[in-house]
Ligand binder design. Sequence first.
Ligand SMILES: Cc1cc2nc3c(=O)[nH]c(=O)nc-3n(C[C@H](O)[C@H](O)[C@H](O)COP(=O)(O)O)c2cc1C
Length: 280
Amino acid sequence: MTNDPLARMARALEERFGTKIPVASGQAGAESLARLLEHRSQRRYTPQPVSPELLQLLFACALSSPSKSDLQQADIVHVRDTVKRTAIADLISDMPWVRSAPVFLVFCGNNRRIRQVAELRGKPFANDHLDAFMNAAVDAGIVMTTFIHTAAAAGIGCCPISAVRNHAQIVSDLLELPDWVFPVAGLCVGYPAEEGKITARLPLEVTVHVDRFGEAGIAAKIDAYDRRRVAKQPYAKQRSVERYGKAEFYGWSEDKARQYSVPERADFGAFIRGKKFNLD
Ligand SMILES: Cc1cc2nc3c(=O)[nH]c(=O)nc-3n(C[C@H](O)[C@H](O)[C@H](O)COP(=O)(O)O)c2cc1C
């Protein structure tokens, strides 16, 4: 594989979006941009440990992310205890990378601290509504994303695990998360054992809008995406064959429609309300 960042960018852009997206020859930050474009979730790791020093550095990078109103509502739990690690891996046994990753983290939204700050300063906390939950969740997602990208810069691969939310209460109890602190996603972390593949994304004309939201021709555009994606990365397995039969053509839209025809985490709202959030 070439090391020239411009060539890497061109290749990654084409693989990701199925089209050539021009890049200026003297583009600043080409190396960083190429790495971002080459992103892939990594689910297989070598046994090489991630040193505690590097992990601390990656935490510091991640927690340097922007934060809504500087409220700093994202926390990271490093699950080091093998009993707790095993308990989480047992809950998510269909994802063996949760067990095999050298490091497992849980990124949490924390709307508790700012309520403590209000109390410490003797002020009313007048923002007990849905936005409080949203802000903490967004901050945690941003911090996790920064962690993933800075880890990649250090040669480390990651895979987010929203499946921790399938067992939100158990994970919360295991990690002793108090009221107003909730798991957003787990993260497997380790040195990648394989190169991995770039996953195709919807074209920018579907996901980038100018001045107003638009969805003209959406069905045809999704169909074209399905075909481009399947040509490169056919699905190894179809979901819910017993319910929907075996599709002759099985693309992303069929897979996602089948996936979301089954309720997923319908109890999460109750869990979050149980954390004392007011979701009105
Ligand atoms: C919030 C979030 C939760 C995710 N949860 C899981 C998960 O539980 N298990 C898993 O294997 N991958 C999970 N992923 C990884 C996605 O499946 C992956 O990002 C997607 O298939 C696109 O692939 P790519 O990251 O290689 O581009 C998650 C990703 C995100 C952003």
